[in-house]
Design a protein around this ligand. Structure first.
Ligand code: GCU
Length: 341
């Protein structure tokens, strides 16, 4: 499977290189717009991107052909961000966690227990004045964030040990995303952080290289992690958005009219993905409980939260420009407080 992915990745790189040499035109002289992501074709993100593709192809089909590459076919998220930076591909979906290595400002949305509730999270992420301050900071790196996608709540799950409190994480090797904030978070919680790409996690669990991971419920079903991990604990440590990023030069070269159509496309993607997300998570939870026999645990979140809170201060002290954004998020937290007491 991994070999096939690597072969697919290499093939895609060769294709991308060939297209670059021919000025990115197909035989019909249309500009191919390539978008990569790391989810399956059942996933809300793929469904949303398909709606985006259909919209652009319908409205700008005489000039552009959008192609969506799922399943890490173009490489891991980090690979895809780099391909987007150089313009080898035009867009990709990356977790906010990954983007922190390209611009420190993204650290803010990786903070554990940043948002008090899903409503606070959604309202803050929909506030473009707030997000633009972060989303435009990768311009120097050659890409721009154009919309966010829901990736739910991240929780710990393990092969065979229920996590009721941070003490249960002690000595466990837990896969985290390749982000310094996530590594620091695991340290504070007492577990041993094992960073790796998403595509590597299933094999690492299956071969006991790691004891567990942390993610939303879709990872249990769509990525098969629930076939091997039997305990999923709702400690709700993070709500990390996924972000659609685009190559800066490509976006800037669009005419005003084209840009308006792309912007409507981003809106359609965001709306479709979020609607699909609600149903997909409910279905994943049901499948994990009934078919994969995953046990869902509802621990007291307070102990996890307390352990993680020092990270807020250390990130804000290191990067003072984040403070006003952090304060704006607190306003949403006051408006939409946690319902779990
Ligand atoms: C979620 C998220 C992905 C991310 C993955 C991960 O599935 O939507 O963008 O890559 O978690 O843990 O790496």
């Amino acid at each position: 499977m991994k070999k096939m992915k690597k072969a697919g990745f290499l093939l895609c790189l060769i294709m991308i290189g060939a297209f670059a040499l021919t000025g990115c035109k197909s035989t019909e002289q249309k500009r191919i717009v390539r978008i990569g992501h790391n989810q399956s074709t059942n996933h809300p993100t793929h469904i949303g991107l398909t709606a985006f593709k259909d919209y652009i192809n319908e409205h700008l089909g005489d000039k552009y052909v959008v192609e969506v590459y799922p399943n890490e076919l173009l490489g891991s998220q980090t690979d895809m961000v780099q391909l987007t930076q150089t313009g080898a591909i035009d867009f990709c979906v990356a977790s906010n966690a990954i983007l922190e290595t390209f611009s420190k400002n993204y650290e803010i949305f990786n903070l554990p227990y940043l948002f008090a509730s899903t409503e606070a999270y959604h309202n803050a992420m929909d506030d473009t004045e707030l997000t633009d301050e972060i989303f435009t900071t990768t311009k120097q790196a050659g890409f721009l964030a154009v919309t966010w996608l829901d990736a739910g709540t991240r929780n710990f799950y393990t092969l065979d040990k229920p996590i009721e409190s941070p003490a249960d994480l002690k000595g466990l090797k837990i896969r985290v995303q390749q982000s310094p904030t996530n590594i620091a978070m695991m340290k504070l919680l007492g577990g041993s952080a094992t960073p790796m790409g998403f595509g590597e996690v299933y094999t690492a669990l299956q071969s006991n290289i790691i004891d567990g991971a942390e993610n939303n419920e879709m990872a249990l079903t769509d990525n098969g992690h629930g076939d091997v991990c039997k305990y999923y604990s709702y400690d709700m440590h993070q709500m990390v958005p996924d972000i659609l990023i685009g190559n800066l030069a490509f976006i800037e070269e669009l005419s005003d009219e084209e840009r308006a159509i792309f912007e409507e496309g981003y809106r359609i993607l965001n709306e479709t993905q979020r609607k699909e997300w609600v149903e997909a998570v409910a279905a994943a939870k049901e499948k994990a409980a009934n078919e994969q026999k995953v046990q869902f645990i509802y621990p007291d979140q307070e102990q996890f939260k307390e352990a993680c809170m020092p990270l807020h201060e250390s990130v804000l002290t290191k990067n003072e420009t984040l403070k006003p954004i952090y304060d704006k998020i607190q306003k949403y937290n006051e408006m939409y407080p946690s319902v779990v007491e």
